[in-house]
Design a protein around this ligand. Structure first.
Ligand code: BMA
Length: 758
């Protein structure tokens, strides 16, 4: 049912909230479904399939992607709506190949789940019920002919032909569920002579005293008439006279804001936001249209300048360098229709709790929901935004590129108003993979040249041009990482994904040395919480290598790698449940090693984003928070390791060195306290050094001592060193417990632990 249409001259924008039904194409029974929905969740809710995440159900549900599916609904259109001169239907979440019929007329054929489709439907609408019918073609079957016609097999496979979330086709942390669905409610937009299509507010000049803002607006009009543009901020407003013209046009007004409160990321200041609105009025009274904009005022720069080592890679926010601390973000569910506002809020709260200031929205997922960016804006979380291309080479046909360009334009225009977004990145690992993963071997020279030309057209031409023209001043970066780990430049220039630890089985200690300019990925797997494992398994499944557990471990060598690293540093647990728990400790300790190395090397290194924050389903993976939102040990470690001021212990040549790193805006005076205790709690040594300065611009060593002295000649396997940094008021800024041998070698005394939960 549609809400009653507005009577003013302003356009009406209404969500279509009718009852829907769906069915497998050409089968008799229609089943009820609540849209937004994907076919998998619709089948599940109707009891037609079992829970796709349970046990090994994934395998049994692969037939769904090979079928076509239909959804239908009816909605009422009232006479007010029908009297408007223009009525358009807007689809934002059509996944992916939909034929949309309104009252039996074909109004749209969609081919990209990341695009918005806006169709003039005035002539198809009638009073009373209007029938909406959406026929989805199987994405796999749809792409098959074109795939066969390519003449070669692009690395990445058939998914590369479809502008559909690439992780739907399976990933090394996710199942394969390449379904279809209507992932957002459709809308009706109706208007007469004038419609604001896009408003974008951006600082033109910025000083401490004044921000001169320019509000650019694009409109569609049928008339030529003088108008007043009213720009509001809080209770202030400014009026400017303009003339509008028939057609699609752009215009702008400027506005001066005194003493602007800038938008800062978490840890550097407040994420100040402003509520603006832009209204176009005719004869000073009649509102033609009005758009509200919540945004922040900030400048952002990616600094890549030659230096003695290679080239810097860091962000400047409002002119100040930022050390980026965070993780890589993937979608929160295989089925986006199940991700609720509460999920977004909880996850972003967990990001802030862990003292992060950046997330990278990874290119194999989705451009996120508006709410995600709104929350990042409000919480001061910077977003590194990939375009949705990952680990593959993509076609270069005219139709593919046209589709990709339209997608880029729409996403840039949707997202550029969010101060949180500080980078647009072309793709995830496509460049590295093409050059270092042996992909070129299967092609002849002409094919290689063609594939690389296609790559360059999209990532070195189309996308940077669009980001430059429509991205609101946010920088573009071609591919993450810039260089693969085989290339020594990966440690001296650009961003890096370091996977020697994990894929190549290198010890965690290597992370001390492999410090790049900006670590945009590195990681280690662990199992999720035992309760999470219980949620998808039966007791007999709960062993490392059962079919069910292997269904929920997508990396071919995942379990073997976890076991290998575990035995290096920990005593091997006897039960699977203990193994699961210890796997989290291995992960947490390992990633801590990297994070600390990155912070210790500030400003050579200016960012650390581990792979990966979250999960799409319950699985063994690199995440620090599992599918149900349960924190793994890593997330607790991260909360400590990302504190604004940290002590970073490092043992070298039998010397215990304590470095300090600070991301606070100003210098801080701290007291360093280093105490060595036996595991029974007997004090062996203590040093207190007051009034030590830590600077935001670089980490430095603030204390060092011979281990022999620190331990008072005691055995290292029976010692814990406690390092504390306290501020002038005596408050502990950071406490770090440091063991001098691996956990496996600790002489832990027998003890009993009493736990009381209150
Ligand atoms: C990274 C990512 C993903 C992948 C992860 C773990 O490089 O970009 O493609 O899931 O490695 O292998």
């Amino acid at each position: 049912m549609l809400a009653e249409a507005q009577t003013s001259a302003a356009p009406s924008r209404q969500t279509i909230r009718g009852a829907w039904e769906f069915r497998q194409a050409h089968t008799p029974d229609w089943l009820p479904v609540t849209v937004p929905a994907s076919v998998h969740t619709a089948l599940l809710k109707n009891g037609r399939i079992e829970d796709p995440y349970y046990r090994d159900n994934e395998e049994k549900l692969q037939w769904i992607e090979l079928e076509d599916w239909e959804f239908q609904s009816a909605f009422e259109a009232d006479s007010t709506l029908l009297q408007r001169k223009h009525v358009e239907i807007v689809f934002k979440g059509l996944d992916t190949y939909a034929h949309v019929y309104l009252n039996d007329s074909l109004i749209l054929e969609s081919s990209n789940m990341f695009r918005t489709w806006q169709v003039d439907v005035k002539k198809h609408l009638k009073t009373g019920p209007n029938k909406l019918h959406v026929y989805f073609e199987s994405p796999v079957k749809k792409a098959a002919a074109e795939w066969a016609g390519l003449g070669y097999e692009l690395p990445g496979g058939i998914r590369t032909m479809t502008r559909k979330a690439q992780f739907h086709y399976g990933w090394d942390w996710g199942p394969r569920f390449a379904g279809c669905g209507i992932l957002k409610l459709p809308e009706l937009v109706a208007w007469d002579d004038f419609l604001l299509e896009n408003v974008f507010i951006t600082p033109q000049r910025l000083s401490e005293k004044e921000a001169v803002l320019v509000a650019r607006f694009r409109y569609r009009s049928d008339v030529e008439t003088p108008v007043t543009v009213v720009f509001r901020e809080n209770k202030r407003k400014s009026l400017e006279d303009r003339k509008i013209y028939p057609g699609v046009h752009e215009d702008s007004v400027t506005y001066s804001l005194d003493n602007p409160r800038l938008w800062w990321c978490n840890g550097m200041g407040e994420p100040n936001l402003y509520d603006f609105s832009l209204e176009v009025k005719q004869r000073g009274v009649l509102t033609l249209d009005k758009v509200d904009v919540r945004t922040g005022i900030r400048t952002v720069e990616l600094v890549t300048e030659p230096d003695s080592a290679g080239k810097t890679f860091y962000f400047k926010l409002n002119g100040k360098p930022v050390f980026c601390k965070g993780a890589n973000y993937i979608p929160q569910d295989m089925f986006q229709d199940r991700v609720s506002p509460a999920h977004y809020k909880r996850l972003l709260d967990d990001v802030v709790s862990a003292n992060m200031n950046m997330l990278r929205v990874w290119g194999g997922g989705i451009y996120e929901d508006d709410l995600f960016y709104q929350l990042c804006d409000a919480r001061g979380i910077l977003v590194w935004q990939d375009f949705m291309y990952a680990c593959a080479m993509y076609p270069g046909s005219g139709s593919f590129l046209k589709n990709a360009a339209a997608e880029a334009l729409q996403q840039l225009e949707r997202l550029r108003q969010h101060p949180c977004i500080v980078l647009w990145c072309g793709n995830n690992e496509n460049n590295e993979a093409w050059h270092n993963w042996g992909w070129q071997m299967q092609f002849n020279e002409a094919q290689r040249a063609q594939i690389w030309r296609d790559y360059k057209t999209l990532f070195n031409d189309i996308l940077p041009t669009y980001v430059g023209n429509f991205g609101g001043g946010v920088p573009y970066w071609e591919s993450s990482p810039q260089y693969g780990r085989g290339n020594s430049k990966s440690m001296t220039e650009g961003d890096a994904h370091y996977w020697g630890v994990w894929h190549d089985e290198e010890p965690f200690e290597v992370l001390d040395k492999k410090v790049p300019r900006f670590m945009s990925e590195y990681g280690f797997q662990s199992f999720p919480d035992w309760t999470t494992i219980q949620s998808f398994s039966l007791p007999e499944d709960r062993e490392l290598d059962t079919k069910v557990m292997l269904t929920h471990q997508k990396h071919p060598r995942g379990n073997a790698l976890i076991a290998e690293y575990l035995k290096r540093d920990f005593r091997v647990p006897k039960t699977f449940e203990d193994f699961v728990y210890v796997s989290q400790l291995v992960q947490a300790e390992g990633i801590r090693r990297g994070t600390e190395a990155h912070r210790r090397n500030k400003p050579y290194c200016m960012g650390t984003l581990y792979w990966q924050l979250n999960d799409v389903w319950p699985v063994a993976s690199w995440s620090s928070i599992d599918y149900y939102g349960r924190w793994k040990a890593l997330h607790y470690f991260t909360r400590e390791d990302f504190r604004p001021v940290v002590a970073l212990p490092f043992v070298e040549d039998d010397i215990l060195k304590v470095y300090a790193s600070s991301d606070l805006p100003d210098d801080t005076a701290v007291t360093v306290q280093v105490r060595a205790l036996t595991l029974e709690g007997k004090l062996l040594s203590e040093v207190i050094k007051p009034d030590v300065r830590v600077h935001p611009d670089s980490s430095r060593m603030i204390w060092q001592g011979y281990l022999k002295t620190v331990l008072d000649r005691h055995k290292p396997d029976d010692v814990v060193v406690e390092i504390k940094l306290k501020d002038a008021g005596g408050q502990t800024l950071h406490r770090r417990l440091c063991y001098l041998v691996s956990p496996r070698k600790l002489s832990l005394p027998r003890t009993s632990v009493a736990v009381q939960v209150s």
